[in-house]
Design a protein around this ligand. Structure first.
Ligand SMILES: Nc1ncnc2c1ncn2[C@@H]1O[C@H](COP(=O)(O)OP(=O)(O)O)[C@@H](O)[C@H]1O
Ligand SMILES: [Mg+2]
Length: 328
């Protein structure tokens, strides 16, 4: 178990961003920096914590956890679908195939849950039974397992502006508006459900429930490729399996490993109301979050997380240079 002191000492030196000389324009999403080199992308997962649509601070080792956990799942899921991984020259760095994005996020849900009014549970609670083009039966309870996993696709956010266009879509709309062809969309559906099944079964063996997640795909040389991140705490909800049923029976919320923990801290301890710029993550919370990210990594992979010594910018630049020179 990583010591709180190690995390606290790392805090002033976390990975906020990386400027790599000679690689051209630095692009960035909420959490990742990336550089585009012809047919490759150099993707650096930083320690930025994005919540409520703001960058609210930094969590030591978060970038390394996300990158390595995604890498673990990319390897596992190779038999289902090809992915964008070329090389992982540093725990925070991924050399990826530069894909043509498919502007739909495939959200897969195994449980009826959510915290916002627009979430499936929020809608269901309001009395809606047709949600995301899917009909739900009466009599379901919050956090109940769905008869089978469902796909609720959304529009893709704009990576440059960071504005999150979570436009809710339905299968029919996607095909009618020709956002994705019927053939390709059907393929994405099939693969998403297979990936979710693989993830759920693996997590179950490791004491976790994979509650919901999202997948992103692109095209590389005309072939469908899975990219971004897979089954990480930033893209998925995880609940603890062993206490789920008894807590559900008592009407209690499941023990979770996801952003709900952070949300509750912000609402209950920091008095955040849900709108406007949230306060920066307090040190105590950053330590707790780092521990939780590491715990999920260790639980899922069964491997001990290697906590490196910060700062890491120089190592990252060095690790990327070799590859960059070859791509020039
Ligand atoms: N291999 C890839 N090829 C093309 N686009 C990618 C690839 N991997 C990720 N992306 C896209 O790059 C953007 C930036 O990534 P990320 O930092 O995760 O952004 P976001 O804040 O939108 O999650 C995202 O829109 C993501 O979908
Ligand atoms: Mg992303």
């Amino acid at each position: 178990m990583i010591q709180s002191k190690t995390i606290l000492n790392a805090l002033p030196q976390v990975l906020k961003t990386v400027n790599i000389p000679g690689l051209g324009k630095k692009h960035h999403g909420k959490v990742r920096d990336f550089y585009i080199l012809k047919d490759k992308r150099v993707i650096i997962t930083t320690d930025r914590q994005s919540s409520f649509n703001y960058n609210i601070g930094y969590v030591p080792y978060k970038g390394a956890v996300l990158n390595q956990l995604a890498a673990f799942w990319f390897t596992k899921s190779k038999k289902i679908v090809d992915n964008h991984v070329i090389d992982i020259p540093h725990p925070n760095v991924l050399i990826a195939k530069n894909c043509v994005p498919i502007p739909v996020e495939m959200v897969v849900r195994g449980y009826l849950t959510g915290v916002t009014v627009t979430s499936p549970w929020g809608n269901y609670q309001k009395g809606e039974r047709m949600i995301y083009g899917i009909t739900f039966p009466d009599g379901l309870t919050k956090n109940q397992k769905l008869p089978r996993p469902i796909i609720t696709p959304t529009g893709h956010p704009d990576p440059e502006s960071g504005s999150h266009n979570d436009e809710r879509l339905t299968r029919d709309e996607i095909i009618k508006r020709k956002i994705v062809s019927k053939n390709l969309y059907s393929k994405m559906e099939k693969i998403s459900l297979q990936l979710f099944d693989l993830g759920s079964k693996w997590c179950e063996k490791r004491g976790l429930i994979l509650v919901d997640t999202k997948y992103e795909f692109g095209l590389y040389k005309g072939k469908l490729v899975l990219y971004d991140e897979v089954h990480t705490p930033d893209s998925s909800r995880f609940w603890l399996a062993h206490s789920y049923q008894s807590r559900f029976n008592k009407g209690l919320e499941p023990e979770n490993f996801d952003k709900e923990f952070l949300r509750l801290y912000y609402f209950n301890k920091l008095g955040y109301k849900g709108t406007g710029k949230p306060p920066t993550i307090p040190q105590e919370l950053a330590v707790d979050l780092a521990k939780r990210y590491i715990a999920v990594y260790e639980k899922i992979t069964g491997k001990k997380f290697k906590a490196y010594k910060y700062p890491i910018e120089k190592q990252i630049i060095k690790s990327v240079k070799r590859i960059a020179q070859k791509s020039k």
